[in-house]
Design a protein around this ligand. Structure first.
Ligand code: ADP
Ligand code: MG
Ligand code: MG
Length: 250
């Protein structure tokens, strides 16, 4: 499980504190949604959890299954099973999608001291994952994310997640820019990966995604902290009332 206590983090460049004493507990097997106004620090939280370099943790603890992960680099965290799906996926013109997927899987295996995945084993894993997500062979042959529609990029991320089998998956506004069909496919992909030993943190500005990915708990983030937690009904309330009371201009 994920346990965050009194997390404070600032931007390295300008010293601005963004996370201001954030507490969050996500038990294994649960899906927790984090909602909140723009600028409340949701993406910063996901970057800090993934170990991105531009942020400095100044106080607090983050434990995954009882182990402090703040001292680990991004690669080591990935090896421990932390997965972050980016709000804006990278386009990498020179790199084929299959090559990229294989490289991320092998990076994880190497960091775990395991051997590289064999070609037949990899092909089998990719085929299964791609079929589940409605990803075509043609798409897998193209360069990573180049010319992909919003929906194709997100499917590709979920495929990456399915291959890596994370312990903690963080989805940062993975619903942004998706039409309803793509949203359903992505949600089904996530729902298939729900399991008793995997936790999800689903960050979203809108309630819509949570119609498809049913959260166990919904948290509201405002000004760098979790300020309220409740059941799925909290998301519906936010949808109706907006974030005005949490510091966003109406
Ligand atoms: P959210 O995802 O909730 O919209 P963010 O975490 O993206 O919020 O941003 C929180 C605040 O931190 C914003 O004011 C944003 O401008 C600022 N911020 C985040 N990352 C950086 C960065 N690398 N450099 C400068 N400002 C940043
Ligand atoms: Mg934002
Ligand atoms: Mg964000």
């Amino acid at each position: 499980m994920l346990s965050i206590k009194n997390l404070h983090a600032r931007i390295e460049d300008n010293g601005q504190e963004i996370l201001k004493g954030l507490d969050l507990e996500v038990p294994a097997g649960q899906v927790h949604a984090i909602m909140g106004p723009n600028g409340s620090g949701k993406s910063t939280l996901s970057y800090v959890l993934a170990g991105k370099q531009d942020y400095e943790v100044t106080d607090g603890t983050v434990e995954l299954d009882g182990e402090d992960i703040l001292e680990l680099g991004a690669d080591e965290r990935a090896a421990k099973g932390v997965f972050l799906a980016f709000q804006y996926p990278l386009e990498i013109p020179g790199v084929g999608t299959m090559t990229f997927l294989k490289a991320t899987l092998n990076a994880q295996r190497r960091a775990r001291g395991e051997g590289e995945v064999s070609v037949p084993e990899f092909m089998k894993l990719v085929k299964k994952g791609a079929d589940d997500l409605g990803i075509s062979q043609d798409m897998l042959k193209r360069a990573l994310n180049v010319g992909f529609s919003g929906g194709e990029k997100k499917r590709n991320e979920i495929l990456q997640m399915a291959l890596l089998q994370p312990k903690l998956a963080i989805l940062d506004e993975t619903d942004s820019g998706l039409d309803i069909d793509a949203l359903k496919v992505v949600s089904e992909g996530v729902n298939k990966l729900r399991s008793p030993d995997r936790s999800f943190v689903v960050i979203t500005h809108y309630q819509r995604l949570l119609n498809y990915i049913k959260p166990d708990v919904v948290h509201v983030m405002s000004k760098g902290r979790i300020v309220r937690s409740g059941g799925p009904e909290l998301a519906l309330e936010l949808e109706k009332k907006g974030y005005a009371e949490y510091g966003e201009a109406a």
